[in-house]
Design a protein around this ligand. Structure first.
Ligand code: ATR
Length: 278
């Protein structure tokens, strides 16, 4: 029987997940479909019951349901539990539903896809201390990165993330990070500064950036954020946010099908939709 999958959120119409997953499913000739479902917060429980009744095999979750889905699930993966947020749900063999979070690991996969796995001993600076930063920090530690610094406008939030990590990590103010920028081999931009397209504010000045640094941004629209564009001008290697989006989806897909799909299969179609080049 045809399998079906979905992404639920509010709003949902701009999600590129249906395009990405359907492209993978078609390329593998799977008898399956992936739908965007608009679910209002007050309808989450009923919507989930309906999806179960209709035999959904798995789904992704976006804003605002990543936290509120948790009490409705039968089981939680430890990383999702640590993060307090779920972006992927899998129907297991016994018909129960387990929640995962693939956002942070998706970032690490995208980083290593772009620059290899040989940088795990470098000093990593994660800028920002929201949910995205937390997920990335946990995933970096899980994958063997041991040298983590979190910098944030509100330093207490950066310290709170550091306190939760299983390795010693330091919290810095944005001014301190700016002054020490040359020491970091990997820099990850997770803040929403500059998300507004008419506002080119950077979270910190890149004046002291090392030429040998690898700089990643989790924002993928625009692909070349002002933060990445300036880093590139300074000679750094840049990693756009599209890879993180693709790999969080690829990991979810692998939990549903046991196949880790190729990023290259969806890259062009996503780039065309984002109106950009690599
Ligand atoms: P997400 O869950 O996507 O990470 P979030 O929880 O809203 O989003 O976190 C946004 C992050 O961007 C925070 O670290 C925020 O800093 P504060 O914790 O001090 O609020 C950061 N941020 C937002 N606008 C910023 C700006 N103009 N300059 C620097 N940091 C900014």
């Amino acid at each position: 029987m045809k399998k079906w999958y979905a992404v639920i959120g509010n709003p949902i119409e701009h999600s590129l997940s249906p395009l990405m997953h359907n492209t993978w499913m078609t390329s593998e000739e799977r008898d399956a479909a992936y739908l965007p479902l608009h679910v209002l917060p007050e309808n989450l429980e009923q919507a989930f019951e309906g999806m179960k009744l209709l035999g959904i095999s798995g789904f992704n979750i976006t804003i605002p349901h990543k936290e509120t889905i948790i009490p409705l699930l039968d089981e939680l993966d430890p990383l999702a539990e640590k993060m307090g947020a779920v972006n992927t749900v899998v129907r297991q063999g016994n018909g129960t539903y387990k929640g995962y979070n693939t956002d942070g690991l998706g970032f690490v996969k995208s980083l290593e896809d772009a620059v290899g796995k040989t940088h795990r001993d470098k000093q990593v600076l994660v800028i920002g201390a929201g949910g995205a930063s937390r997920g990335i920090c946990f995933a970096l530690v899980q994958e063997g990165y041991t040298n983590i610094t979190v910098a944030n406008r509100t330093i207490t939030k950066a310290q709170a993330i550091c306190d939760e990590l299983d390795v010693a990590a330091q919290a810095l103010s944005l001014d301190e990070a700016e002054a020490q920028l040359a020491e970091f081999g990997i820099i990850v931009q997770t803040t929403s500064a500059g998300l507004n397209h008419s506002n080119f504010e950077l979270p910190l000045s890149l004046e002291n950036l090392s030429k040998t640094a690898i700089v990643a941004d989790i924002v993928y629209n625009p692909l070349m954020t002002p933060f990445l564009a300036q880093s590139k001008e300074k000679g750094a290697t840049v990693v756009t946010g599209l890879g993180m989006f693709i790999h969080q989806g690829a990991l979810a897909y692998s939990y549903w099908t046991d196949v880790y799909p190729k990023a290259a299969v969806v890259e062009d179609v996503l780039l065309a939709n984002l109106g950009g080049n690599k």
